[in-house]
Design a binder for this molecule. Sequence first.
Ligand SMILES: [Fe+2]
Ligand SMILES: [Fe+2]
Length: 185
Amino acid sequence: MVLSDDAIQFAEQFSDITSNPNYRMLKAVPRHGSTNTYDHSVRVAEMAYHMAPKFGVDSVSAARVGLLHDFCLVDYRKGDPVGHNGRMYCFYHPEDAVENSEKEGYKLSEKEKKAIRSHMFPLATSVPTSRLAYILTLSDKIVATQESFANAVESYMRFKMLLNAKRLKAVRVLHRDHSDELWTR
Ligand SMILES: [Fe+2]
Ligand SMILES: [Fe+2]
């Protein structure tokens, strides 16, 4: 699943984050089978940005928490090389995201930090307590569902192509054998 042109243009508006080489390392961290964590975060940020004014929330703040909410460089499929005392990824990556954002110099308000920490609700150590937090967790879940669905469709298409390739090979073998038979008559 690739980023739309709109999403690429949207990401350019927040180049202080999206052009940071450490942040761009999220492109190497897979997400939901069909995408990577950088693209996923841009999609979440764009959705949160557009949803925010309808709920009286600042769009820029919604976009920034969207971009930073998964700023954790651990590939959750490979296990945890850093060690988080055996905790599950869903519980520690929001905390890492806040920590990494601050390390990169992004100033976050307490409300923004809380929104990031609770974005995995109900699989989180904290509960969303603001409209910003609800917008973030909702955008994340909608985008994650779209990406997981795209993964299922891509897997099905790959399976169908494989099946067709096998059928084509079988027809070719059948055709060749039949031609040999006619030739030797
Ligand atoms: Fe997350
Ligand atoms: Fe996410």
